[in-house]
Design a protein around this ligand. Structure first.
Ligand code: SF4
Length: 240
């Protein structure tokens, strides 16, 4: 049996990936004010709430509920065990994810996989990975950016349905966008203010930690993310 300090050492070792992070620029004002597509062109939240996995995936693939549909290569639905006890939720697809159709690929995805491994999980095995928005947000400069609150709200019914279908025991919100969107909090709240406590989303325990892309830039915060995962493991243990 590995001791907590050994596991922490393994975790920090697993997290020792170089600073390959690409900054998500803040959303430009023009994107935030971009009008959404007409509601008639997309399923309603109540229709989405009745969908099964196949219907949900097909609906996301052809979705035009918000302006992010215009620049996507492909929608990124989510990946993993559809009955996973662990659900990890990030912000939205970046360039690599948009091309490959899978969340968390590239350096940040590698780091997330290492984080999963450190707590005895792996992608597709008792873990599901999704994002707040399914289509890649890009700024006027073509670079990745965070989704606007309007885009997050437009896409949320899909994630809500995924959560209902998965029935996870614990949710880990990766980064500010995921945490604030799921908890319905003010945009000015920092991740640091939300860490260290077990929140609730639809009655499920939810722990907030840093986004792996942020951790690749801020190496000194990797130890904090280990504490967050320990808190999530406790929440998981208490849920059983
Ligand atoms: S981000 Fe979500 S709501 Fe917007 S077009 Fe893509 S799937 Fe639809």
């Amino acid at each position: 049996m590995t001791s907590p300090s050994d596991r922490r050492a393994v975790f920090l070792n697993e997290m020792g990936v170089g600073p390959l992070w690409v900054r998500r620029d803040a959303a430009p004002a023009s994107a935030a004010s971009e009008p959404l597509m007409p509601a008639a062109a997309a399923p309603s939240a109540s229709e989405i709430a009745e969908m099964d996995w196949t219907q949900l995936q097909a609906s996301v693939a052809s979705c035009v509920k918000c302006g992010l549909c215009k620049n996507r290569t492909r929608a990124v639905f989510g990946v993993g065990d559809e009955k996973a006890k662990w659900l990890f939720i990030g912000e939205g697809p970046g360039r690599n994810e948009d091309l490959q159709g899978e969340p968390f690929v590239g350096p940040a995805g590698k780091l997330l996989d290492n984080m999963l491994r450190a707590i005895g999980l792996k992608r597709g095995d008792n873990a599901y990975i999704a994002n707040i928005v399914k289509c890649r947000p890009t700024g006027a400069d073509g670079k990745d950016r965070a989704p606007t609150p309007e885009e997050a709200a437009a896409c949320m019914p899909y994630l809500q349905r995924q959560i209902e279908l998965i029935e996870p025991a614990v949710i880990v919100a990766l980064g500010k966008t995921a945490a604030l969107s799921l908890l319905g909090l003010d945009q000015n709240i920092a991740v640091a203010q939300l860490r260290g406590k077990v929140h609730r989303y639809a009655g499920l325990p939810l722990v907030v930690t840093y986004h792996p892309a942020y951790l690749l830039r801020k190496l000194s915060d990797k130890g904090k993310s280990w504490s967050d995962l320990c808190l999530a493991m406790n929440a998981y243990a208490n849920s059983r």
